[in-house]
Ligand binder design. Structure first.
Ligand SMILES: Nc1ncnc2c1ncn2[C@@H]1O[C@H](COP(=O)(O)OP(=O)(O)OP(=O)(O)O)[C@@H](O)[C@H]1O
Ligand SMILES: [Mg+2]
Length: 469
């Protein structure tokens, strides 16, 4: 991480930076009682003063030669020494915490650092100086992390985006960026964010979830995993549909993992998130416009370009707009086995959204023609959802069968059947075959893929212990 001491802005945070372990709560935590408030004010004040003094007095040339843990130790030691000179009555553990927090402020992302260091946190959401939420296991928790004020949040946003040559200000008040570890960051500032600058960080995991983990979590059943693997191997065109944060990209990553190693894969993302293990992968990433508003490269341009790259498979991280048309065309013109995701709440909703995306491409095609193209391009929709208890589940596996009149016809092959909620609030239910035999089975057989005949057989709900969690 770059050395940021030269910035004239300093932070003035007060309060501890660790996440609480309290369960879901959207309510503000109880305010601290009077005495602890004054202790924490004194702590914050001391921290502020040390931070300011360090910025002014630290021997930059000497410190800048250090890196990593050595650099951090040098800053912490300097902070601890200055604290001694303040002659403030403070316990050993508070002294350590103060030195740590000053170093977080100088070297890192301030109050966000302890949250970033916690591997159980999958998302960090800053709504305002005293409203920092995290997500763990699909549930939201309010944390104790606090920023001194809105300007402090702004400084942290700036610290994230400026090394990337991006800026955030009134004329460009929204920005997407990435942390050095690959985590995805979105920031929106006033006037668009009405109450405070906001930051959302989607943590990047170096070890993406595996198919075995998804089976363990109850997102997939072993039967469904077998079926999805067969679909990918048989080059079925698939769309993973789901709401925000429902697990679309994670499932897409798993599906992509089923692509045989001999194939040439081109991925198109905005931003890159997939982590494919195959040897022959070309990754393309969109580019936002620069500060002068120039140089933007869209997903649509990249999909068109990918067609000239002799791909065996094209994977688009998420279709959002006009590129849906080019993706459908690719699927319809011999690039079978393409995979993508779309933001939608049901398989039918996914189709209508894709229809709208094609309309956005401004090709003036009649709706019926668009639907025909969708129906012949897309073979299977896998719907994921985050349920009330925070768990992510596949809720539908739906085959696109064809057209009847103006309507695209669908048939569900697997459905999540919810039975209720247990005493711990966990959703009880199972993902079950509907009993319908997918039409694409014929294609599997042509490819030499033979699935157990009872894979799609309907069975009683309680006969499916693997999924009752
Ligand atoms: N099946 C799952 N079980 C548990 N956690 C999961 C599962 N799938 C995804 N997650 C976690 O949920 C978070 C969101 O996952 P992911 O990025 O795949 O969702 P998404 O639908 O693509 O989100 P977005 O709408 O922001 O693109 C990640 O932290 C991921 O690790
Ligand atoms: Mg995603």
């Amino acid at each position: 991480m770059s050395w940021l001491v030269q910035r004239s802005n300093s932070s003035k945070e007060n309060g501890p930076g660790a996440a609480t372990a309290e369960p879901v709560s959207h309510k503000r935590m109880e305010p601290p009682v009077e005495s602890s408030q004054s202790v924490s004010d004194a702590f914050a004040e001391a921290k502020y003063r040390i931070h300011e003094r360090l910025l002014k007095e630290m021997d930059l040339d000497k410190v800048q030669q250090k890196q990593g843990p050595e650099l951090r130790k040098a800053v912490e030691d300097a902070a601890a020494m200055m604290l001694t000179s303040l002659e403030m009555p403070i316990s050993r553990s508070e002294r350590q915490r103060l030195a740590r927090e000053v170093a977080d402020e100088i070297l890192g992302l301030g109050p966000l650092e302890p949250l970033l260091a916690d591997p159980t946190i999958t998302e960090i959401m800053v709504n305002g100086p005293r409203e920092v939420y995290v997500e763990r296991n699909g549930l939201l928790y309010l944390t104790d992390a606090v920023f001194r004020d809105e300007a402090h949040i702004m400084r942290i946003i700036d610290r994230i985006v400026s090394p990337l040559g991006r800026r955030i200000d009134e004329s460009s008040p929204m920005v997407d960026a990435r942390l050095p570890d690959g985590s995805r960051v979105n920031a929106v500032i006033p006037p668009l964010a009405v109450d405070s600058p906001t930051v959302t960080i989607r943590r990047f995991s170096k070890d993406p979830l595996t198919v075995e983990k998804l089976i363990e979590f109850g997102t997939l059943t072993p039967e469904l995993a077998t079926f999805l693997k067969a679909c990918v191997e048989a080059r079925i065109n698939m769309v993973v549909a789901g709401g925000t944060g429902s697990g679309k990209t994670t499932l897409l990553n798993i599906l992509s993992g089923f692509i045989p190693a001999r194939e040439r894969i081109v991925t198109i993302e905005d931003p890159c998130e997939l982590q494919l293990r195959q040897p022959h992968v070309v990754r393309l990433e969109t580019r936002p416009a620069n500060i002068e508003g120039k140089g933007e490269v869209t997903q649509r341009q990249l999909v068109k370009n990918a067609l000239r790259m002799r791909p065996d498979r094209i994977i688009v991280g998420e279709v959002r707009t006009g590129e849906a048309f080019d993706m459908l065309q690719a699927m319809n013109t011999g690039h079978d086995g393409s995979l993508t995701t779309a933001h939608a709440n049901t398989p039918r909703d996914a189709l209508s959204r894709i229809e709208n995306m094609v309309l956005m491409a401004n090709l003036e095609l009649p709706v019926r023609a668009i639907r025909e193209q969708i129906a012949s391009a897309i073979n299977m929709i896998v719907q994921v959802a985050r349920l009330r208890d925070g768990s992510r589940r596949v809720t539908h596996v739906t085959e696109v069968v064809g057209m009847e009149g103006e309507m695209i016809t669908l048939q569900d092959i697997f459905l999540f059947r919810q039975q209720g909620v247990n005493q711990q609030g966990r959703v009880i239910g199972a993902l079950m075959p509907t009993g319908l035999r997918p039409r694409c089975i014929d294609r599997f057989e042509q490819e030499g893929i033979f699935l157990p005949p009872d894979l799609f057989a309907m069975r009683p709900l309680n006969g499916h212990a693997a999924m009752r969690r």
